[in-house]
Design a protein around this ligand. Structure first.
Ligand SMILES: O=C[C@H](O)[C@H](O)[C@H](O)COP(=O)(O)O
Length: 264
C-alpha cells in the first residue's frame, strides 16, 4: 500500500532535520539515492520499541537505520535495545554508537530486523549480498519475528536477477572454479555467467566467514525460485545464496513520490 503523504512528511521531517533540507511543504527537492535510503531507514526505525532484540543489517541503507537507532538510544527515546549485527562492519558501527550487542547463540529469537536489499520482486522476495554479508544476514533475518526491508525505488525488479547485476553465492574457497562452473551450468538456460568476486586489488573478495563469493549474472528469469534455491544448495561447495525467499515481512520503498509500505 502507498502510505499517506503525511507519513512521507514525518519521515521527510526527520530527514530534513539531519540534512538541513527544506521542510516538506516547500517547493519540491530532488532527493539523492542516499537521501531516499535514509528516508526508508528512518521510517523502519519507527517500528522499533524499547526492550527489543534487533537484527542490525549491513550496507549503505541499513547503516542509516543503525545510526538512527544509536541516536534514539543516546537521546533516551529508546532503552534496553540489544542488537545482533549481520557483519563485522555493522558490529563496529554499532559499538561506535554504544548499541549493546549480542549474538544468535544468546538470543536465538529476534523481535525485528531492519536491512537493505539489492533487488525486491513483486512478491517481496529479495536478492541480498552484493556487500558480501548474505550468510550472516540470512541467519539473523531467518531468526526474526519481523524483517523490515528498506530500499530506494531503484531496487524494484520484475523478477530476481532482473537488474542484470550480481546474484551472489557464498562458496568455500576450496576448488571454487569447480563450484562456479556447477552454478553456471545450473542456470545455462538463463544465460548465466558466474564470476568470482574480487576485492578490487586483484585478490578474491573474502567474506566475514572466510569464504569467497561467486556472482551470477543472468540474462533471463530463472523460473521457480524455490526450485532454484534448492538446486544451488545441493551443490557441494556452496555455503549459501543471496536469494531471500519469503523472508521479508515488510518492505519499505522510498521514491520521489513518497514512501510505499508493502506487507506480506
Ligand atoms: O551484503 C550486503 C547486504 O545484503 C546489503 O543489505 C545489500 O547489498 C544492500 O546494500 P545497500 O543498502 O548498500 O544497497
Amino acid at each position: 500500500m502507498a502510505v499517506a503523504w503525511s507519513e512521507k512528511a514525518s519521515s521527510m521531517e526527520a530527514l530534513s532535520l539531519s540534512l538541513s533540507l527544506s521542510p516538506p511543504m516547500s517547493p519540491p527537492v530532488i532527493l539523492t539515492q542516499d537521501e531516499l535510503k535514509k528516508i526508508a531507514a528512518y521510517k523502519a526505525v519507527e517500528f522499533v520499541e524499547s526492550g527489543m532484540v534487533l537484527g542490525l543489517g549491513t550496507g549503505s541503507t541499513a547503516k542509516h537505520a543503525v545510526d538512527r537507532i544509536g541516536e534514539l538510544l543516546r537521546q533516551g527515546k529508546l532503552t534496553n535495545i540489544i542488537g545482533i549485527p549481520t557483519s563485522k562492519k555493522t558490529q563496529e558501527q554499532a559499538i561506535s554508537l554504544g548499541i549493546p550487542l549480542s549474538d544468535l547463540d544468546s538470543h536465538p529469537t529476534i523481535d525485528l530486523a531492519i536491512d537493505g536489499a539489492d533487488e525486491v520482486d513483486p512478491h517481496l522476495n529479495l536478492v541480498k549480498g552484493r556487500g558480501g554479508s548474505l550468510l550472516r544476514e540470512k541467519m539473523v533475518e531467518g531468526a526474526c519475528k519481523k524483517f523490515v526491508c528498506i530500499v530506494d525505488e531503484s531496487k524494484l525488479v520484475k523478477y530476481l536477477g532482473g537488474s542484470g547485476l550480481a546474484m551472489p553465492v557464498e562458496v568455500v574457497p576450496f576448488c571454487w572454479k569447480f563450484t562456479a562452473n556447477k552454478l553456471q551450468n545450473l542456470f545455462r538456460d538463463s544465460g548465466c555467467v558466474a564470476k568470482l568476486r574480487n576485492d578490487g586489488k586483484g585478490e578474491p573478495f573474502v567474506t566475514d566467514n572466510g569464504n569467497y563469493i561467486v556472482d551470477l549474472y543472468l540474462k533471463k528469469d530463472i523460473g521457480d525460485l524455490q526450485v532454484a534455491s534448492d538446486a544451488i544448495l545441493r551443490i557441494a561447495g556452496v555455503v549459501e545464496h543471496g536469494m531471500f525467499l519469503d523472508m521479508a515481512t515488510t518492505v519499505i520503498v522510498a521514491g520521489e513520490l513518497g514512501i510505499t509500505i508493502k506487507n506480506k
